[in-house]
Design a protein around this ligand. Structure first.
Ligand code: SF4
Length: 150
């Protein structure tokens, strides 16, 4: 399962397949990370520096974190894509096909001026999360998406 949790400044990723429940996240920020709650991550319950430090303690890398750099991520189901927006400008896009069984991720691209900010990962996770919530399989054809979801 792939999930992302966002506030204005940061995005936290969680890949449940990698999580072996070492619970360091819960020790580090128990108000933010709580497996007894849904959703189990609530970024509003902690300060960003504490969340950052806690995510970095995750031994399995099931958790990851990036700064948003002022870029918003949205899921655009009508056009089968996720988008990264700097203001109204599109600076990244992840496209998929939906055959009602699977979301096949076919292309991920980020404006080179915005590279190395974790934007492509945010875009791929947006699509993967949406697929999983709709009980679709996620099929990454795009090589970047394949790497992210490996
Ligand atoms: S610290 Fe990482 S591996 Fe441990 S429970 Fe939290 S997310 Fe899972």
């Amino acid at each position: 399962m792939h999930r992302l949790y966002e506030n204005e400044d940061i995005t936290v990723f969680w890949d449940s397949d990698r999580c072996f429940h070492a619970r360091r996240c819960i020790s580090g920020a128990p108000m933010v990370f709580n497996f007894a709650r849904k959703p189990w991550v609530d970024l509003s319950k902690g300060k960003n520096p504490v969340i950052w430090k806690t995510v970095k303690l995750c031994p399995s890398k099931a958790l990851d974190i990036v700064y948003n750099h002022g870029v918003r991520g949205i899921f655009d189901e009508e056009n089968r894509r996720s988008l990264a927006l700097d203001g109204e400008r599109i600076v990244g896009e992840c496209d998929y096909d939906d055959d009602k069984v699977s979301f096949t991720i076919v292309h991920t691209e980020v404006d080179p001026a915005y590279s190395d900010k974790g934007i492509a990962k945010r875009l791929v996770f947006k699509v993967a999360e949406a697929a999983e919530k709709r009980k679709r399989k996620v099929v990454p054809v795009c090589s970047y998406a394949e790497k992210v979801l490996d």
